[in-house]
Write a protein that binds this ligand. Structure first.
Ligand SMILES: Cc1cc2nc3c(=O)[nH]c(=O)nc-3n(C[C@H](O)[C@H](O)[C@H](O)COP(=O)(O)OP(=O)(O)OC[C@H]3O[C@@H](n4cnc5c(N)ncnc54)[C@H](O)[C@@H]3O)c2cc1C
Length: 170
């Protein structure tokens, strides 16, 4: 049992996984506060070095997500891209084509200015494909969360044959 329906395909090609990481732009960060689940949508940056995926988040320096991570650094995340809705002749044949990635890891709140500056450059590269440099002053006003990813899976739900899909209006 791999969690897939017969319409979905597991993505094992790392280049295709990296495409999802480049395209998705928004990650849904799952946290556990005692017995309360929590989800926070966030933009992200990522690195994939020596077969190790690391995700970098940036934001303010305080708030609920930091309070939870200090108590419980175990996190789960999900992101998706290439959303294309399609129609059918009956309601149950409507659907959405997509690619998505889910995983888990351990979050660390970064204190080192050098690491924060590097994380901000990684974040901007993922979000804009541009090369940006940051100094100590800029790094001092943001919070950075690093996620050391221990496991992830990616999957794709293709369009049905002979259906090119429509616009996704959000
Ligand atoms: C598409 C998208 C991208 C985002 N990217 C980033 C990012 O890169 N960095 C970043 O710091 N923030 C980002 N945000 C905002 C983020 O979701 C949080 O609102 C913010 O980070 C504050 O989180 P916190 O845990 O500190 O919440 P707090 O400010 O401590 O939140 C207190 C309470 O406010 C409510 N709340 C918090 N966030 C939201 C929300 N998004 N929607 C509805 N209710 C909420 C909850 O009830 C929460 O318990 C993004 C939001 C969206 C929708």
């Amino acid at each position: 049992m791999n969690g897939l329906t017969r319409r979905e395909k597991l993505i094992t090609d790392i280049d295709k996984v990296l495409e999802i990481l480049k395209k998705s732009k928004v990650l849904h960060l799952g946290l556990v506060d005692g017995d309360e689940p929590d989800v926070v949508p966030m933009n992200y940056g990522f690195t994939y070095e020596e077969e190790k995926l690391t995700i970098w988040l940036h934001g303010g320096t305080a708030g609920r997500k930091y309070d939870i991570i200090r108590k419980n650094p175990k996190v789960f995340f999900e992101m998706e891209c290439d959303l294309i809705p399609f129609e059918g002749d009956v309601a149950c044949k409507y659907g959405l084509s997509y690619s998505s990635l889910m995983g888990k890891g351990v979050a660390t709140i970064i204190e080192s200015s050098e690491e924060k500056q590097r994380a901000l450059s990684v974040f901007m590269k993922t979000q804009t494909n541009g090369n940006f440099e940051f100094n100590e002053k800029l790094a001092s006003v943001v919070g950075i969360i690093k996620i050391d990813v221990s496991e992830f899976t990616a999957k794709h739900r293709p369009l049905p044959k002979n259906n090119s899909g429509g616009e996704y209006n959000v």
